[in-house]
Design a protein around this ligand. Structure first.
Ligand SMILES: [Zn+2]
Length: 433
């Protein structure tokens, strides 16, 4: 009694887990401070309470920390346990399809020739289709994409507007993102990308004023976006224009992100470092000196192998100097009508084979790196006590198989916020929230 009275913590009952994953051939934590392989635990155990992870480690460590006697047991014998993917750059809410353009581009190099074939191309084509479709139609199509992403292991998705290019249609896209977040068991993080370009019906400067004076304040007032993004590149917005847009967005309550250095270097990545943006994305033409600036400013770089692959990019991004400079890097699908990729596994395959990343680097970039690029690394992206129980179980004993089984889906189970939402690679019943 005398001892128990002054060491309450010692006699405090252990937390009771709701779910325990046991016997994983490999459990990869993807913790930020781990090196290759990123936090590998053999015969790993993990306990979940509510929507959060309660303990991770060996059998002895988990049973010591948590009471697992009443928990639902998932046996992961012969399987790999990793964090849910965080896809930190997508444009998944759009109208129509540009399959005819994609097919034509496979064999025709000149865009003019493609237009002469009567095929509408690029951003203007998708803006036209997105404006023409109803909110309901776009929602249904986007929900189907998001469900496939979930079945491929993605548990958090960033979703940009940018195919409306007027207030009404930008808001339509943002409302779809909000509804997707509410009805499906994936967290959808909305980004306003009104500065994806400008509409064909008005000159750039006129649209820029509209963005600054009407669209950004209204999106901010409605709280429909967490971030604001801009396309800063030759032929798009200059670094000075991007700065104006992003400072206005910050004043309206949205933190800045940037598409930059994809086809030229005009100062967008410097701006990302100067404004300490949430992320700088693409980075094909970023000089080594600016990589250092991004690392020092703690701005993650979001790399998009699916884009470089689908456009057959003349200068694929190079992750090596970025990693050497100390930058945090994220991999993302950039799912959009010109680069229709829903699978983070496919993105990892490309990152390894075409951009010379190791499987460990690519897994970390697809999980904890993605979380950092959304400012959510305190909460998800790695398997650690206290973080969200966003977990994948892969039907393979070795994590490297994810980049080896080309074009496949090795996901067996997905757990989102402590709930099994995918089983046998398929959406579980009652998968809406
Ligand atoms: Zn993009």
């Amino acid at each position: 009694m005398s001892k128990g009275g002054n060491s309450l913590s010692a006699v405090k009952e252990k937390a009771a887990a709701d779910m325990v994953i046991r016997n994983a051939a490999q459990l990869i934590t993807c913790k930020a401070d781990t090196k290759d392989p990123p936090g590998l635990i053999e015969n790993g155990w993990l306990a979940v309470k509510g929507e959060r992870i309660e303990a991770v480690g060996t059998q002895a460590e988990v049973l010591e920390a948590v009471d697992c006697s009443r928990a639902v047991v998932l046996d992961a014998c012969g399987k790999t346990v990793v964090p849910g993917f965080v896809d930190s750059h997508t444009h998944l809410v759009f109208g129509g399809s540009r399959v005819r353009e994609y097919v034509a581009r496979l064999t025709v190099d000149n865009p003019e020739t493609i237009r002469e074939m009567g095929i509408k191309t690029g951003l203007p084509a998708t803006v036209e289709m997105t404006r023409a479709e109803s909110e309901e139609t776009i929602f249904e199509a986007s929900a189907r994409k998001l469900k496939r992403m979930l079945c491929c292991g993605t548990t958090t998705v960033e979703s940009k507007s940018g195919y409306g290019l007027d207030l009404e249609n930008e808001l339509k896209q943002l409302r779809v993102s909000k509804r997707l977040d509410q009805v499906l068991p994936v967290d959808v993080v909305p980004t306003f990308l009104g500065a994806h370009g400008w509409p064909s019906e008005m000159p750039k400067q006129k649209y820029l004023s509209l963005l600054l004076q009407e669209m950004i304040p209204e999106v901010g007032r409605l709280k429909l976006a967490k971030f604001c993004d801009v396309w800063c590149d030759e032929g798009y917005y200059t670094a000075a224009e991007s700065e104006k847009i992003l400072l206005a967005a910050r004043a309206a309550g949205m933190e800045p992100k940037i598409h930059t250095d994809a086809y030229s270097y005009i100062g967008g990545s410097d701006l990302a470092a100067d404004l300490r943006m949430v992320s700088a994305d693409h980075l094909n033409y970023t000089p080594a000196s600016v990589m250092k600036k991004l690392a020092e400013a703690k701005v993650p770089g979001v790399l998009l192998p699916g884009t470089d692959f689908s456009v057959n990019h003349p200068k694929p991004f190079n992750p090596k100097p970025m990693l050497e400079s100390g930058m945090t890097i994220a991999l993302a699908t950039n799912c959009n009508p010109g680069n229709w990729t829903e699978s983070m596994q496919f993105v990892m395959m490309l990152a390894c084979r075409r951009h010379r990343m190791t499987p460990a680097e690519s897994l970390k970039a697809a999980t904890s790196g993605g979380a950092a690029a959304l400012g959510l690394d305190h909460d998800r992206g790695s398997l650690e006590a206290g973080k969200l129980a966003d977990i994948q179980i892969w039907d393979t004993p070795v994590y490297e198989e994810v980049v080896y089984r080309l074009g496949g889906n090795i996901v067996d189970i997905v757990i989102k916020r402590g709930r099994v939402v995918v089983e046998n690679g398929r959406l579980a019943e009652q998968s809406s929230r």
